[in-house]
Design a protein around this ligand. Structure first.
Ligand SMILES: [Zn+2]
Length: 147
């Protein structure tokens, strides 16, 4: 089982247990907001491994950013003078920066989880809380919560 699958399975099991306790087993009580929050937590439970070059999170992020860069470059070429070059430079710089992250370094701390979850609170504190929960569960599975 890949590392990202183990993280997703543990996250899903813990969420199911919490849901079971909170609703006394009534899973039909889930709203669409609950499902979105669950999905956000699922993304965040994979996020810490972006500091590993070979992780699913990192390769997916790399592919997503490279795709965006290609689209931005095409947009720049066909429409011109859209300042997309700055976005391309920023995204390229971001991709390069990822290479300097130490695996299981700062990204694998509860502080990084708080910093990365907090911006979602602009949309919904509930989503931010679930993102943070997902992040913390990742750290727990990695054994990074014990010190
Ligand atoms: Zn990890």
């Amino acid at each position: 089982m890949g590392s990202y699958r183990r993280h997703l399975v543990v996250y899903a099991l813990i969420c199911a247990a919490i849901q079971y306790i909170l609703t006394k087993g009534r899973f039909d009580a889930l709203s669409s907001e609950d499902l979105i929050a669950f999905a956000i937590g699922g993304i965040y439970t994979l996020l810490p491994d972006i500091d590993s070059k070979t992780s699913k999170a990192r390769t997916t992020l790399n592919e997503a950013i490279m795709t965006i860069i290609v689209f931005l470059a095409a947009y720049e070429i066909f429409f011109g003078e859209q300042n997309t070059i700055y976005y391309i430079l920023y995204l390229s710089f971001f991709l390069l920066t990822l290479n300097f992250l130490r695996h299981r370094g700062f990204i694998h701390t509860i502080y990084a989880g708080a910093i990365l979850s907090l911006p979602i609170a602009i949309i919904s504190p509930y989503y931010a809380a679930m993102g943070f929960l997902g992040y913390v569960i990742h750290l727990f599975v990695d054994g990074k919560l014990s010190h």
